[in-house]
Design a protein around this ligand. Structure first.
Ligand SMILES: NC(=O)c1ccc[n+]([C@@H]2O[C@H](COP(=O)([O-])OP(=O)(O)OC[C@H]3O[C@@H](n4cnc5c(N)ncnc54)[C@H](OP(=O)(O)O)[C@@H]3O)[C@@H](O)[C@H]2O)c1
Length: 292
């Protein structure tokens, strides 16, 4: 029996869809959800729903009974990064208690020097989880997922076609952007195929690109010139503050743009191509699909 956590989220729900596409019987899949009322579509597919929360150890001990393989989708807690680490450890500990045999964990792409980058805390949380998982003695597979291509849309904003400008302080930073959907497909493949015991995979695209190239792709898709401007962070923050953007989002954009500028996600790899049996969707294609 397989269990997917974060099953009402975007990654977990797609992973379940891909498990079903890969002919896994719905009766073989369980889903951990915080709120069963959000799981209607999963129930309709015949998936077994287990209510549980990463903050509630006993709920997970109950939910993980009889599970052989767990897809542990990392927490999205925004209050404090340490909360995420505690959530993941709680889940791994509960899995250990009930004898889960294998955990597949969604981590994040990591490059040497990450300790000094803008996303150091975020990376350390994943690193600590990976260590804890390895030390648990449970078989593991770590998926170091690249940055979602979908995040480009948040970074460039929804007014880009009107302003004809991408304003984002990522400088010349490149990243190997990848579709969440394709990462979920790879995770489903790992869940149902052999040979992944105690392995760590970097799952990124095969080409890294920056915002200059994204602006060119956007120009081609929209049929008009889109400029890329990379102000300094102080200027950028002031512009967002003036536009009334909440501090939580400003902090997030500041952190990710700085980390992109520091080239912390500029990591090309072929593993995802192998899992998908095709090349991952390029940023050019992604932009064309959205804006053309
Ligand atoms: N690689 C990247 O670029 C990237 C970008 C963003 C996020 N991520 C990471 O990848 C994960 C999956 O991405 P996503 O797009 O699917 O995020 P998402 O749509 O926000 O889904 C996160 C899931 O985690 C569940 N969750 C959060 N706190 C929980 C808790 N205390 N107990 C149990 N479940 C909890 C949520 O449950 P509810 O449905 O009840 O809210 C949701 O189902 C994120 O959580 C984050 O760690 C990666």
């Amino acid at each position: 029996m397989i269990l997917v956590t974060g099953a009402t989220g975007q990654f977990g729900s797609k992973a379940i869809e891909h498990l079903l596409n890969k002919e896994v019987n719905p009766s073989e899949i369980s889903a951990l959800v915080r709120d069963a009322s959000k799981a209607k579509s999963l129930i309709e597919k015949g998936i077994q729903i287990k209510e549980g929360d990463y903050t509630n150890y006993n709920s997970m001990v109950k939910a993980f009974q009889g599970i052989d393989k767990l897809l542990l989708v990392s927490s999205n807690n925004r209050d404090a990064i340490e909360n995420r680490t505690a959530h993941h450890k709680n889940a791994i500990k509960a899995a250990k208690e009930v004898g889960v045999k294998h955990i597949v964990y969604t981590s994040f792409v990591r490059k040497p020097g990450f300790e000094d980058s803008a996303i150091a805390d975020f990376q350390n949380s994943h690193l600590e989880t990976e260590r804890y998982l390895k030390e648990s003695g449970i078989d593991y597979t770590i998926l170091q997922n690249g940055i979602y291509a979908e995040m480009i849309l948040a970074f460039i904003g929804d007014k880009v076609a009107d302003t004809k400008t991408i304003l984002f302080p990522a400088g010349e930073g490149n990243a190997s952007w990848v579709l969440r959907e394709e990462l979920a497909e790879a995770a489903a493949k790992v869940m149902i195929s052999k040979g992944h015991k105690n392995k760590t995979y970097t799952l990124t695209n095969t080409e890294s690109v920056g915002f200059k190239s994204i602006a060119e792709n956007l120009s081609a898709a929209l049929g008009e010139k889109i400029e890329y401007k990379s102000p300094n962070v102080e200027e950028y923050r002031a512009i967002l503050e003036k536009a009334g953007i909440p501090e939580m989002y400003i902090g997030m954009f500041d952190m990710w743009s700085t980390a992109l500028k520091q080239q912390t996600m500029d990591e090309e790899d072929d593993s995802l191509t192998t899992f998908l049996n095709r090349k991952p969707t390029s940023v050019r294609q992604f932009i064309r699909n959205i804006y053309s």
